[in-house]
Design a protein around this ligand. Structure first.
Ligand SMILES: [Zn+2]
Length: 545
């Protein structure tokens, strides 16, 4: 019997690098790509030369270190993209600049059209260090409803917006929300928690085609920072269609794994009906766009988290829970039985304890579930008993140091220094055997290396070092940010490391993060990013074919 010689493997790219960290323990000097996948690796720079043909692009990158592209376990790409279509008040540095931007937007809009701002602003960036008032917004845009959402849980609006949403002097607060008043009883335009959605429901946003275009541009901005995959942390069904539109038009520059919101405002029957109506289950899609699962939100953020002990700056307040645990348990049981994965936002320690009650009850009723089926998003405040319960139950955790980085000053005010120091103790989770996935949750393109720097130093933007005892190593941080998220996405056999047969998602850096001073990492930026064998960022044409 004669054997035909095997078809010679011809690489599309052969990259010779200074160091290639596989993230599974090996280091290499060359990697070969063919189509969307990694075809071969070698410990020698010239070890793959036999696989090169006349159509192979040989990339001499001895000055670079290659890593798997970053995979963000929890980020709001849709919200970040939507923000680019909104009034950029996050760039205002005073109340006058803030209202000036709104006045300019109103001048260009038909009367009655809603003026929506970016949500990525904070009053601590304004010289006055306070929210704009209803009167100031009325003066800037008397004829347009203005909705200035700040993050996920607070907004300021003008009189036209209150009127458009049907809110008068006697309208009661919604459950789990607050419509603010001045001392004289009149409205002050500040909306908290559920009240934000009550008004936002009246505001017409951008079209699906506009959103798809924004997803393209914004995903390219993430790719330029070395990101290859984003687990999209919350969308509704219209936004899913916008994602499909972007995917159809080949606009996405990162892989996306969306979570579909199941809102606490729904009745139990309506929540189950929503899940049934999806007509699918976790995992539907392709390598670029694949549904991760469902998203529940148990509590708020730095200002609304459900805490065991009251707020440091508000001793009568210990936050709120959005879900009745018994209702949420029944909805989650139905979801898990239909093959859905569930991620639940739980920031405060009381939310964490309640979520553990829910997940334990779900697991008891549904039976054994694969790892990364019932997921805790954030788990910012936890105690040792809660961490033990999470690990014993097989409930995995997504961790986001950038929230502490960004909000450390607010947390010092609202939670106090002792709790702020022990936000997100990645070391303690790892010490009890937790399986974690790292991400950002910061709603704008954020340098993953700044996140790595934060995880290894516990450094923040404006609150100094918080809880240095909870720092982890660079290698660990990189692993949680690549393989960790691949496990979260049930794709550890397809992504997360530089391994032949996996998808070719790589990023090249002009320094080796594993051999650098951690303080040099915060500003380290990539030379190029490759997703699926294709350059998604290559400013110096290092990968030109
Ligand atoms: Zn989030």
């Amino acid at each position: 019997m004669t054997r035909e010689p095997a078809e010679p493997l011809r690489l599309d790219y052969m990259i010779k690098a200074g160091t290639i960290h596989s993230m599974t323990g090996e280091t290499y000097r060359s990697v070969g790509l063919r189509g969307a996948e990694i075809a071969a690796v070698s410990a020698e720079p010239d070890g793959l030369d036999d696989l090169a043909g006349h159509s192979t692009s040989v990339v001499e990158a001895g000055d670079l270190t290659l890593l798997p592209a970053f995979a963000d376990s929890h980020e709001h790409l849709m919200e970040a993209s939507r923000n680019t279509l909104l009034v950029p008040v996050d760039q205002a540095r005073s109340v006058a600049e803030f209202t000036g931007m709104i006045a300019e937007a109103a001048r260009g809009a038909a009367p009655g059209k809603w003026i929506l701002t970016s949500i990525a602003w904070h009053e601590s960036n304004l010289a006055e260090n306070r929210l704009p008032t209803l009167a100031e917004l009325d003066a800037a845009a008397p004829d347009h409803p203005v909705l200035a959402r700040r993050g996920g849980h607070l907004a300021v609006v003008n009189s036209a917006a209150l009127q458009a949403a049907g809110i008068g002097p006697d309208t009661p607060d919604p459950t789990g929300g607050k419509i603010g008043r001045l001392p004289n009883g009149s409205r002050d335009g500040v909306l908290e928690a559920r009240a934000v959605y009550q008004v936002a429901a009246f505001a017409a946003g951008p079209s699906q085609a506009e959103l798809a275009g924004a997803l393209g541009a914004t995903s390219a901005a993430y790719a330029a920072l070395g990101v290859g995959t984003i687990r999209e942390a919350m969308i509704n069904l219209d936004e899913m269609v916008a994602y499909q539109d972007a995917w159809d038009r080949d606009l996405l520059r990162v892989r996306v794994r969306p979570m579909i919101r199941v809102g606490a405002e729904l009745t139990e029957d309506a929540a189950v009906a929503l899940i049934d109506g999806l007509g699918a289950r976790s995992g539907l899609g392709d390598d670029w766009l694949r549904i991760w699962g469902l998203k529940f939100v148990m509590d708020g953020g730095a200002e609304g988290a459900a805490l065991e002990e009251p707020y440091a700056n508000d001793p009568g307040n210990s936050g709120h829970l959005n879900w009745d645990p018994a209702v949420m348990t029944r909805v989650c049981v139905e979801a898990a039985r239909r093959g859905w994965r569930i991620g639940t936002h739980a920031v405060g320690d009381r939310a964490m304890r309640t979520l553990l009650d829910v997940y334990e009850a779900v697991a008891a009723q549904v039976g054994p579930l694969p790892p990364w089926t019932l997921v805790i998003e954030h788990g910012m405040l936890s105690d040792a008993a809660q961490r033990d319960r999470a690990v014993r139950g097989g409930f995995n955790v997504t961790v986001q140091h950038p929230v502490l980085w960004n909000m450390g000053s607010e947390m010092l005010d609202t939670w106090g220094p002792e709790r702020t120091r022990r936000v997100n103790p990645i070391d303690q989770w790892l010490a009890v055997g937790a399986d974690l996935a790292a991400g950002t949750d910061i709603v704008r393109p954020f340098n993953p290396m700044t996140n790595v720097w934060g995880m290894v130093t516990r450094g923040t933007k404006s609150a100094g070092i918080q809880g240095p005892e909870h720092a982890i190593s660079v290698g660990r941080a990189l692993e949680l940010y690549t393989m960790g998220t691949a496990r979260l996405n049930h794709e550890q056999d397809r992504l997360g490391s530089i391994t032949p047969g996996k998808l070719a998602d790589l990023v090249g850096y002009p320094a080796d993060p594993l051999a650098s001073d951690p303080d040099d990492l915060a500003k380290l930026a990539p030379a190029f990013t490759i997703v699926g064998g294709r350059a998604t960022y290559d400013p110096n044409k290092r990968l030109a074919r």
